[in-house]
Write a protein that binds this ligand. Structure first.
Ligand code: NDP
Length: 222
């Protein structure tokens, strides 16, 4: 039975990844930071692990629990948006730290822990980036802190892809998705977004290593 690891599975896109892989008969290891969400994931048949991605002890605990596992698909989904600024409004230090720690520093801590387990399986590792992180496609400067964090995450993913001979590392734009973050007016449902990304992951090979892809498989400019 293949194994999926979903980091940040309490709600939204991460929760849907856990639900769809479970429904497809996979073993699913899913993380959340609140006890209610952990209980709900367990009730759905997932192996639920506590993880606040900004907590070093939690990250060490995850590494210990997953030691020597073979992970076929790992999804680093946890992320925050921060304020919806327009133009060059300097962020407060606290908000900068929250967005950059969650979206970038956590990836720089977790990818080195998780990638060896994905390599054990010759598997796939995906991070939830965003088209808003693309510098080449930049059309406005709404939410520049979030954009900067996803551009940095893309750099982190690219470097992870260069460090592996065995795994396939992909940065995803999930579409504009109806979640707490995307809002109810967003373009696509969470099941369409996740089904698309699962298909792209399933059809990917080492050719896709280090690529920035949309949920429908279209290449996104860095
Ligand atoms: P949601 O806001 O609906 O969910 C965010 C998820 O991240 C929750 O599971 C949340 O857990 C988790 N999370 C946040 N901070 C932490 C933390 N410190 N430790 C552990 N988990 C944390 O977002 P979406 O589902 O919409 O987005 C998922 C990813 O996709 C994000 O990285 C986002 O940037 C990206 N994305 C989303 C788009 C959209 O249109 N929705 C578009 C482009 C990219 P908790 O419930 O505990 O807060």
């Amino acid at each position: 039975m293949p194994t999926a690891l979903i980091i940040g599975a309490s709600r939204g896109i991460g929760h849907e990844f856990a639900r769809q892989y479970k429904a497809a008969g996979w073993r699913v290891i899913a993380t959340a930071r609140k006890s209610d969400d952990l209980a709900q994931l367990t009730a759905h048949g997932c192996e639920a692990l506590p993880l606040d991605v900004n907590n070093l002890n939690d990250c060490a605990g995850l590494a210990w629990r997953l030691d020597d596992e073979k992970i076929d698909v790992a999804i680093l989904n946890a992320g925050v948006f921060g304020s919806r600024t327009n133009g060059l409004q300097s962020p407060q230090q606290e908000e900068f730290d929250q967005v950059m720690h969650t979206n970038v520093l956590a990836a720089m801590r977790l990818l080195p822990l998780v990638l060896p387990m994905v390599e054990n399986a010759g598997g796939k590792l995906a991070v939830l980036s965003s088209r808003m992180g693309s510098i080449g496609l930049r059309e406005n400067n709404v939410a520049w802190l979030y954009r900067a964090s996803k551009a940095a995450l893309n750099s982190v993913l690219k470097d992870a892809s260069l460090s592996t001979q065995k795994a396939t590392c992909i940065a995803f734009h999930p579409g504009w998705v109806q979640t707490d973050m995307g809002g109810i007016g967003a373009e696509i449902s969470v099941d369409v977004s996740v089904a698309g990304m699962r298909q792209v992951i399933a059809e990917s090979s080492r050719v896709q290593n280090g690529q920035f892809l949309s949920y429908d498989g279209v290449t996104i400019e860095w």
